[in-house]
Design a protein around this ligand. Structure first.
Ligand SMILES: Cc1ncc(COP(=O)(O)OP(=O)(O)O)c(N)n1
Ligand SMILES: Cc1nc(C(=O)O)sc1CCOP(=O)(O)O
Length: 521
């Protein structure tokens, strides 16, 4: 268990923190004995990331703020609960004033919905996504916090007919993903009813990001705001940078809504949803589509694969042995540092040992929602579990045959070095291509195709995403993204390091620096 935690005055905080994995969380009812309970909880969990939800009176706001300062809480997510998802006022005006005065200046992030943002800004109307952007910037000033996330769920009847919203991909993906993702935003919004897409706006103090999700048609929405803020705090406490933390949390919430929309719990108009959806029946878990029509959902959903290729950790038994760590520890650390996909690569293990290694990391990957891929061995992937993918090279079983063996739902990656190989792999049913070596690699003696070769492959491969591999270090990691790759696959920069988690975190932070076209604040 990692030394990090989330604390919150709401049961949803505890549920969310537990189900987003890797954090220890504490639930504290707001009253009575609040001060002692806060002390006990913050001492217990180490004060790494705290989320505050509904605080009923200005006095409680002030008390919580003083405790946050006293315990030197590192990251604070404030969900200024003033108006419920269903639109009901939940707090007096005096609470909003107390939040702005005492708590939001301490916050890493505040997460108002549209009516709350409007209330915090003294009633300014927020009717369009452009208004949300302006409000996020104004609110950061007014609240004195580091970042603002305005949740767009209340944005009904916005004027998409007049002014199409150009929604950006819901994560720090390179710009070649934008066209495809933006079709969601450009889907015509039905008049006089809520839009099909929910767009949240994040202003991180430098850039404005629009995070789009298809709206999930469900009445099971009780506690969604609280869940999102708690999940963000959980992701921040695991070390993710802000945009990734918000994106991961938003994905968790969206998938939870999606996967429990058929549940019928309770009788109210707004019902709860299942925070533990991930734990049950993993292999049948589905990933929400960003297609508004709600197509069939597969592990190999292209949008999902594209997103997961961002920081692809490829393991190396020799490096792990040299550093005296198990594969499981190495993979756990890489995921904790921000790896979004994992490949187990064993060049000399026999089938039984290879399978045992894969099985040892599968629960870790599943718990984190990170896809697991087996290098070369289709049989090992098939034996390991129904959600395990395969990566094959040009000398391995041909990709078309592998696709037959795997069926349509598992992720299949194929190594390519040329436009011809890219076109064939695409034809053969690859979900992604691994192109390299981009730079000379110390791990594998592989012909270097360079950045120009990579760019050609990316163009030929479209819309199949390409991950760059070979010789990628933190310092040279941005160039492959600029050449068109959606992410980087790396071995030695992570597993050759003494501290795998820290090396992954550094690489992840570096990747965040890729320019975001048309996202400049
Ligand atoms: C993401 C990714 N890209 C390329 C490779 C290389 O695979 P392959 O050509 O099968 O070579 P070996 O890994 O077997 O040496 C990869 N593994 N992953
Ligand atoms: C496994 C692999 N495949 C390559 C290819 O060019 O296809 S290069 C490579 C090794 C990548 O390791 P590192 O990040 O340490 O350079």
């Amino acid at each position: 268990m990692m030394a990090c935690g989330v604390f919150g005055t709401c049961a949803v905080t505890a549920l969310t923190a537990q189900n987003t994995q890797g954090v220890h969380s504490v639930h504290v009812p707001p009253l009575p004995f609040l001060a002692q309970q806060i002390d006990a909880c913050l001492e217990d969990i180490g004060s790494h990331a705290v989320k505050t939800g509904m605080l009923p009176t200005p006095a409680v706001v002030e008390l919580v703020a003083s405790k946050i300062r006293e315990h030197k809480v590192e990251q604070l997510v404030v969900d200024p609960v003033l108006v419920s998802t269903s639109g009901h006022a939940l707090a007096e005006d005096s609470v909003a004033k107390a939040l702005l005065r005492h708590l939001t200046p301490l916050a890493t992030l505040i997460t108002p919905n549209i009516p709350e943002a409007s209330a915090l800004l003294g009633g300014s109307p927020i009717q369009t996504i452009d208004d949300m952007e302006a409000a996020a910037k104004a609110l950061r000033e007014a609240a004195g916090c580091q970042a603002v996330l305005i949740k767009g769920g209340h944005l009904a009847n916005h004027k998409d007919e007049d002014k199409p919203a150009h929604i950006q991909p819901p994560s720090t993906l390179p710009s070649n993903t934008q066209q495809e993702e933006s079709t969601l935003a450009n889907a015509p919004a039905a008049k006089h009813k809520q839009t099909d897409a929910v767009v949240d706006v994040l202003f991180d103090g430098r850039l404005v990001h629009r995070l789009a999700r298809a709206r999930v048609d469900t009445a099971n929405t009780h506690g969604t705001g609280c869940t999102l803020a708690s999940a963000i705090a959980a992701e921040l406490s695991k070390g993710l940078p802000m945009l990734q933390a918000v994106d991961a949390a938003s994905q968790y919430l969206h998938a939870a809504l999606w996967n429990s929309k058929a549940s019928h719990i309770g009788k109210g108009a707004q019902r709860p949803f299942n925070h533990g959806w991930m734990l049950a029946d993993w292999h049948r878990r589905t990933f929400p589509s960003y297609n508004v029509e709600g197509m069939a959902h597969q592990t190999a959903d292209p949008k999902f694969v594209r997103r997961m290729l961002w920081l692809y950790a490829v393991t190396d038994p020799d490096l792990n042995q040299r550093h005296g760590r198990s594969l499981r520890n190495a993979v756990t650390a890489a995921i904790a540092g921000g790896a979004t996909m994992v490949q187990v690569r064993e060049k000399s293990a026999c089938g039984g040992a290879f399978l045992a290694e894969v099985k040892s990391v599968l629960p870790v990957c599943r718990a984190a929602g990170v896809p697991l891929i087996v290098n070369d061995r289709v049989d090992v992937a098939l034996a390991a579990g129904p959600d395990v993918g395969v990566h094959v090279g040009q000398e391995d079983i041909p990709a078309s045959e592998v696709r037959q063996l795997l069926g349509p739902n598992r992720i299949l990656g194929v190594t390519v070095k040329s436009v011809e190989e890219a076109l064939r792999a695409k034809q053969d049913g690859a979900d992604y291509l691994g192109a390299g070596a981009v730079y000379a690699s110390s791990t594998k003696d592989s012909g270097v195709i360079g950045l120009p070769g990579l760019a050609k492959v990316c163009t030929a491969a479209a819309p199949v995403p390409v991950v760059a591999i070979g010789g990628i270090q933190t310092a040279n990691a941005l160039e492959p993204l600029r050449a068109g790759a959606v992410g980087v696959a790396v071995v030695s920069v992570l597993f050759g390091a003494d501290d795998v988690q820290e090396a992954t975190r550094k690489l992840s932070a570096r990747l965040q620096q890729v320019e975001q076209k048309s996202l400049v604040a």
